[in-house]
Ligand binder design. Structure first.
Ligand SMILES: Nc1ncnc(-c2cnn(Cc3cccc(F)c3)c2)c1Cl
Length: 299
């Protein structure tokens, strides 16, 4: 997407990154698209309103986190944010990003559970035997990953390896901040009937001040696993329903019934698009207690 005053430099599955077209390098624009991805595929059509809702959720969490973050508050000194993306863009300070995905897990699932099944540990952290997919851990664990080249899967590493990569002081600061932020967010989500199973933070160094800055998106349902607490604790439910991703389960269930996982997935029908937006909206309302930015849902 062309944005006046900005040059597109990178696209992730669901977000796009822009640098100022005038060549200045103090800022970056992070634009959340309405794309939704599942099973490592970007799906069609986009979900109208998703980008704005997740940007609002990220901003809501940034405002509650007591660490410096990359959001620009003095917009006068920065390039203008184009109106067409204003509700789904973050104007940020450009940081020297640490090449570590700071993953914190309060429950064992996904790649963490897969590694546990193979080795009995995750990122070098030994866990008790007999854990099942989705089990809550007694205490959250920090399971960093080394940022692979854009588009590839990140590689789980030990804390000791992260020390080799970024040094003892930064590695320790990343771990301590990540565990503290996760625990606070998990406790807040629990009061809203939502289980925060895991999340991924990214940090950078501010080249001007040298301080550690919280970057990227925070605690969105693209960077975190959120489950419905009542479903999770209903042990009579099949596991896949207990561990249903709050926002993507409707899409995943529909794809499981309409796609054999070969080739490109079929386009989602309108009712699935509308139901999925409603799930994003329900997560936002439950976590924040407020209404998300309204977006036209094509019906
Ligand atoms: N403030 C910052 N300073 C320097 N670098 C970044 C940065 C680079 N990459 N990413 C992840 C990403 C964000 C969006 C769209 C993508 F495709 C990828 C974030 C940031 Cl946010």
């Amino acid at each position: 997407m062309q944005l006046a005053g900005w040059r597109h430099i990178y696209s992730g599955k669901v977000r796009d990154l822009y640098t100022p077209a005038d060549g200045s390098d103090a800022h970056l624009l992070v634009v959340a698209s309405n794309r939704v991805s599942a099973f490592d595929h970007v799906l069609e059509p986009p979900i109208p309103g998703k980008g704005a809702l997740l940007t609002a959720l990220s901003n809501w969490w940034f405002a509650r986190i007591d660490l410096p973050n990359h959001l620009v508050d003095d917009r006068a000194a920065a390039p203008e944010v184009p109106a067409e993306v204003a509700d789904r863009a973050m104007l940020t300070r450009r940081l020297e990003m640490h090449p570590i995905e700071c993953v914190v897990r309060g429950a064992l699932t996904g790649s963490g559970y897969a590694e546990y099944e193979r080795t009995g540990a995750v990122c070098g952290i030994e866990l008790p035997a007999g854990l099942r997919d989705g089990d809550l851990l007694d205490t959250p664990i920090y399971t960093p990953a080394y940022k692979a080249p854009l588009g590839e899967h990140d590689e789980n590493i030990t804390f000791a390896r992260s020390v080799e990569l970024v040094g003892e002081d930064v590695a320790t600061a990343l771990r301590d901040a990540s565990l503290r932020l996760f625990t606070a967010a998990r406790d807040l989500a629990a009061t809203r009937g939502v289980v925060l199973a895991d999340t991924k933070f990214e940090f950078g160094r501010d080249p001007l001040t040298g301080e550690l800055v919280l970057a990227d998106e925070v605690l969105t349902s693209d960077s975190s696993r959120y489950w419905d607490a009542s479903a999770y604790h209903d042990t009579a439910l099949p596991r896949q329903d207990r561990l249903a991703s709050f926002d993507k389960q409707i899409v995943r269930n529909w794809l499981s019934e309409h796609w054999d996982r070969t080739g490109e997935p079929p386009a989602l029908p309108e009712r699935i698009v509308a139901q999925t937006y409603e799930r994003y909206r329900e997560l936002y309302v439950r976590l924040t207690g407020g209404e998300p930015p309204y977006a036209p849902v094509a019906v």
